[in-house]
Design a protein around this ligand. Structure first.
Ligand code: FAD
Ligand code: DLZ
Ligand code: SF4
Length: 511
């Protein structure tokens, strides 16, 4: 009998591992396992989401009359790991072959690669066709290139899939319309509600399990409102395309106090676990442009995130693993402060982003990049600790997408392999793109002293501290020129303020 394994982020009916399923003879296998749920202490809402989506997918497979075994976490004899569960089912059901779609994470692939010898049966690992660029094609694209840049990869993907193309030219004449995007927030913006689904019996049962078994994990379990079936995820996608896409581009980088969802799509959870396919999201957005419902700047910007960034990030992950995990180009070693776990802080931007992360297991890209990430970068937090935090807290986090975003994009810990310069910024950026500073104890206009916004001095201190490693970066040349012009007294004040602040933070004082 053939065993077809479906992992928790493979909840797609057309997944390659099921493509030639023999309904009468094959067995599909899904399992909730302790090891997977605790190798990092995932946010409660994240665990509830994955388990509920898995259990709903199982019901859908059963409804198709497929032969499926589903192992709940609290089944009495649950073996606790993929490997041990597979061993058990092989023995129980007389399995003579395993078919699985390649797992999205290196850790799990390394495990599966030991099964063939360990269990002495063939294990066929198939391509994950839901991604739009294979690992091999990405590698080919990198060959012979001195520097990798997402923008060039993205253009090739647009051509390859004929998305927003006018013959062989980009629609509208430009590949990228970001110059029209990224407006600061303004008063009176009306932000549509995000998709909400009431928990059904399955979700309620899972929530009880999570409350009981994962009570010591970070994050709010209730209210639980994520889509947990493909049908619901499609509703969430349609809601985005009809209600938000039109202004997605304009306010893509804007942050407003108590508005966690802004005009973003909130579909990363669904794409990453397989309820939605990247290509269908892209096509729906393109259709909206073709029908005159959404402007090009919004649609191009949205499509670039998926066909560009998402695929590029995955390509880098598989190109560079397992070494990528060890990167620490800037030799940052500071421990993650307690404020990331909801500990008290007077920095309103961080407080707000952590609060929303705790509530929703979601924060939008600019909150992750320019607030939470920017602070981690300029205060020199250890990449291991920052990576672990990002893996834990977001419901869309799997290592293939989390690690390059953290190590490469926010921490510059790969020395500029993924992105060309660190995304370091002072308080002025946060003030321009949000209303957080208005309710902050610190003054964003002050550069030094007790009242000053810590981002202001930490930004320059970061550049000073890392000058040896960053000065040669031509994209930072202008900034280092202005640092050269800064008088010695000002530089001393920056260093002094930063040292005091970081010392207080290390001493667990409220900063
Ligand atoms: P939208 O802003 O509406 O974008 C649409 C889609 O584009 C997203 O759903 C996502 O699939 C894709 N996308 C956009 N940016 C990226 C990106 N940089 N990398 C990969 N896909 C992208 N995304 C994850 O899916 N999982 C993570 O664990 C994750 N960790 C991140 C950590 C940091 C430090 C940063 C800066 C970004 C991270 N991202 C991650 C990328 C991005 O922030 C999220 O994909 C996005 O916020 C999800 O919200 P959304 O669906 O509303 O996205
Ligand atoms: C994220 C997650 C969690 C928390 N639990 C499980 C689980 O118990 N069983 C499972 O099959 N998948 C789970 N997942 C998703 C997996 O982490 C993801 O499928 C693999 O790590 C991909 O390599
Ligand atoms: Fe954040 Fe500084 Fe603004 Fe306060 S003043 S919200 S710390 S950027």
């Amino acid at each position: 009998m053939i065993l077809r394994l479906i992992l928790g982020d493979q909840l797609s009916h057309n997944i390659s591992s099921l493509s030639d399923l023999d309904i009468d003879n094959d067995l599909i296998f899904m399992c909730e396992v302790w090891e997977e749920a605790t190798y990092v202490r995932h946010h409660k809402k994240k665990i509830a989401f994955i388990f509920s989506a898995m259990r709903h997918f199982y019901e859908e497979l059963k409804a198709k009359k497929y032969n499926v075994v589903y192992r709940k976490l609290d089944a009495e004899d649950n073996q606790g790991s993929f490997k041990a569960e597979i061993k058990r089912i092989i023995e129980l059901k007389n399995i003579d072959k395993i078919i699985v779609t390649e797992p999205s994470e290196y850790r799990v692939l390394a495990d599966i690669e030991t099964w063939q010898d360990g269990f002495n049966i063939p294990v066929e690992i198939r391509l994950d066709e839901r991604f739009l660029c294979t690992k091999a094609d990405f590698k080919d694209w990198t060959d012979g290139r001195k520097q990798l840049r997402m923008e060039y990869f993205y253009r090739e993907m647009r051509r390859k899939y004929n998305i927003l193309m006018d013959g062989d030219k980009p629609e509208g004449g430009k590949w990228n319309y970001d110059s029209n995007n990224r407006k600061p927030p303004k008063e009176g913006l009306v932000i549509p509600d995000t998709y909400i689904s009431e928990p059904d019996d399955i979700s309620n049962e899972v929530m009880e399990l999570v409350a009981k078994r994962f009570d010591n994990h970070f994050g709010d379990l209730a209210p639980f409102y994520f889509a947990v079936t493909r049908e619901q995820a499609l509703d969430a996608l349609n809601k985005f395309v009809t209600e938000r896409l039109e202004i997605f581009g304009d306010y893509q980088d804007a942050m407003i106090q108590n508005e966690p969802w802004m005009y973003h799509s909130h579909i990363s959870f669904y794409i990453n676990c397989g309820l939605l396919e990247p290509l269908e999201c892209i096509k729906l957005a393109e259709k909206s442009y073709n029908n005159g419902k959404a402007p090009l700047n919004a649609v191009e910007g949205f499509i670039r995130q998926i066909i560009g960034w998402r695929e590029y990030i995955r390509g880098i992950y598989w190109l560079k693993m397992p070494e990528y995990e060890q990167n620490n180009f800037l030799e940052a070693t500071r421990a993650l402060p307690d404020l990331y776990w909801g500990g008290a802080t007077q920095m309103n931007c961080l407080k707000q982003c952590v609060k929303e992360t705790k509530e929703n297991s979601y924060a939008h890209h600019i909150q992750r990049l320019m607030v939470l990430g920017n602070f981690a970068l300029i205060s020199g937090l250890s990449p291991d600790e920052v990576n672990e935090w990002f893996m834990i807290v977001y419901a869309d986090a799997y290592q293939w997408v989390e690690l390059p975003n953290v190590t490469g994009m926010i921490l510059f810990a790969d020395g500029g392999f993924l992105g060309s310069k660190p995304y370091a910024a002072s308080g002025a950026y946060i003030n321009k793109m949000s209303d957080y500073c208005k309710s902050c104890r610190y003054k964003v206009t002050k550069k030094n002293g007790q009242e000053a916004c810590p981002f202001n001095y930490l930004y320059w201190d970061f550049l000073i501290r890392n000058e040896g490693k960053l000065r040669g970066n031509h994209r930072l040349a202008l900034i280092y020129k202005s640092l050269e012009r800064m008088d010695a007294e000002k530089i001393e004040a920056i260093k002094d303020n930063s040292q005091r602040f970081l010392k207080r933070m290390d001493n667990k004082e409220i900063i």
